[in-house]
Design a protein around this ligand. Sequence first.
Ligand SMILES: [Zn+2]
Length: 65
Amino acid sequence: MHVISRITSGVNLQLKYCEQCSTLWLRRQQSKLTLCPNCRCAEDDLAAGVSFLQVWNRLRAEVRS
Ligand SMILES: [Zn+2]
């Protein structure tokens, strides 16, 4: 907790659970983002027309590395 309070003091960050994968991540206090950077990246790929299978394979490769 000591580390977290030191990070957030004066920077206006808050801890947020990702609504997709439940990872704990930091966001700006005014931010409306609900997904962690990893999930947002995957969402962007899906929005850009990349097939779900491609995204899934990439995520799996990242987990293995
Ligand atoms: Zn996530």
